[in-house]
Design a protein around this ligand. Structure first.
Ligand SMILES: [Zn+2]
Length: 226
């Protein structure tokens, strides 16, 4: 699947994943929102303090869809750079030197991962950690969370439905001991915050302390914190 996409990318002239016009992976105009200053969102109850970079609209939305659904895997790098900036902002004050920053990705729907043939968030988090390490931040990815039951696709559900769909849906893999560990959650997009809230609940239930969350983008209904 990825091989086929890589082959197509190699054979066809590449056009910008945001606007489809410029001959680039991502043109400067479409990349600009991903370079915005990190901002903190007003987190609903149960959602850890959350930092994000871009608004999920226009070229940013198109770029994420092209990355996740159309296998444009090299986009993991610019998206990961944005996530790294959000993680750095969320990770203040930094942990004492030597202590590792543990980043836990929000798990995606198992069926969705199979259909896509790749793990989009995992790729973005890996790219983000690469950038963080280059900045001297000692960070590691711990995919501690997994689904304990089937959930419906969140798209098309309102905030109440999303929360109900996800309530109790996640758990920490019993083979991963999270007791007493301080972690930061990472996701690509925050919509209502239901996925982050359920992830934080499951981690806390397993004895972890969830200090913050970071995402690449937020849907426009998420207003900045005043
Ligand atoms: Zn563009």
């Amino acid at each position: 699947m990825n091989f086929l996409h890589d082959l197509i990318d190699l054979l066809l002239p590449q056009l910008c994943a945001g606007c489809g016009e410029e001959p680039a992976l991502l043109c400067n105009t479409c990349a600009a929102p991903l370079l915005s200053t990190p901002r903190q969102l007003s987190a609903p109850p149960g959602v850890p303090p959350t930092w994000t970079i871009a608004h999920y609209e226009g070229p940013v939305q198109t770029t994420l869809v092209n990355y996740k659904e159309r296998g444009r895997t090299p986009l993991a790098d610019p998206l990961g750079r944005a996530l790294a900036n959000a993680i750095e902002a969320a990770h203040k004050p930094p942990a004492p030197s030597g202590r590792q920053l543990i980043v836990v990705p929000v798990p995606s729907n198992r069926g969705t991962t199979r259909r896509r043939g790749h793990d989009p968030l995992g790729g973005v988090v890996d790219a983000a950690l690469h950038h963080l390490r280059a900045h001297g931040v000692n960070a590691t990815k711990t995919p501690a969370l997994r689904q304990r039951r089937r959930v419906d696709d969140q798209a098309g559900l309102n905030a109440t439905e999303r929360a109900a769909n996800l309530a109790g849906a996640l758990e920490v893999n019993p083979r991963t001991d999270m007791t007493g560990r301080r972690v930061l959650l990472a996701d690509d997009v925050i919509t209502t915050g239901a996925s982050l809230a359920e992830s934080a609940r499951a981690l806390r239930a397993a004895g972890a302390e969830v200090t913050a969350a970071a995402t690449v983008a937020a849907t426009p209904l998420r207003r900045p914190r005043r």
